[in-house]
Design a protein around this ligand. Structure first.
Ligand code: NI
Length: 177
């Protein structure tokens, strides 16, 4: 299977809240496979289903410890504060220092339908929060402070929508999710 096209900033699918997965069947497993392939090809460390146009509450991630799929995720607790240079595969070539809680407690289901409960900090916690935002129709540009937002809008306006910007150094893509 070839990697799928990642929906880009400006695509309305990224602004819609995704729907709960009612049944974890073979279609969900195939979707997770396609999402992982797309994420690795990008490359990125996380990907939400609506980034490939599927309005379901599923995300995949890999922060260097192996691939995981989380279905119907919820953050039930968060704590602390951590600043991280965050990038998004749907807003390629750009990244911003964003402050979010450091520690989060995520619950959800795996592909076998088993409950998962993960206490995460730093990069893993950041991926969880970023992907939860995607599933709720929120992009990272909505998490910027006023000055960052002005810069971001300028950068995004100067770009032709639909043509992903290339990242000449390949730096920000490593942080993208
Ligand atoms: Ni993203």
């Amino acid at each position: 299977m070839a990697p799928l096209t990642i929906r880009q900033y400006g695509d309305p699918v990224l602004k819609q809240r995704t729907r709960v997965v009612e049944e974890i069947d073979g279609k969900v497993a195939s979707l997770a496979d396609a999402m992982l392939e797309t994420m690795y090809a990008a490359p990125g460390s996380g990907l939400a289903a609506n980034q490939i146009g599927v309005q379901r509450r599923i995300f995949v991630y890999d922060i260097g410890e192996g691939a995981r799929t989380i279905i119907n995720p919820q953050i039930v607790e968060s704590d602390g504060e951590w600043t991280y240079d965050e990038g998004c595969l749907s807003v390629p070539g750009l990244s911003w220092e964003i402050v979010r809680p450091n520690a989060v407690h995520l619950v959800g289901l795996d592909l076998e339908g088993n409950e998962v409960s993960i206490e995460a900090t730093e990069l893993e916690g950041r991926v969880f929060q970023h992907e939860m935002d995607h599933l709720d129709g929120i992009l990272l540009v909505e998490r910027l402070d006023e000055d960052q937002r002005k810069e971001a809008m300028k950068a995004l306006r100067s770009r032709t929508l639909g043509l992903p910007a290339r990242d000449p150094d390949g730096l920000s893509s490593l942080l993208s999710m």
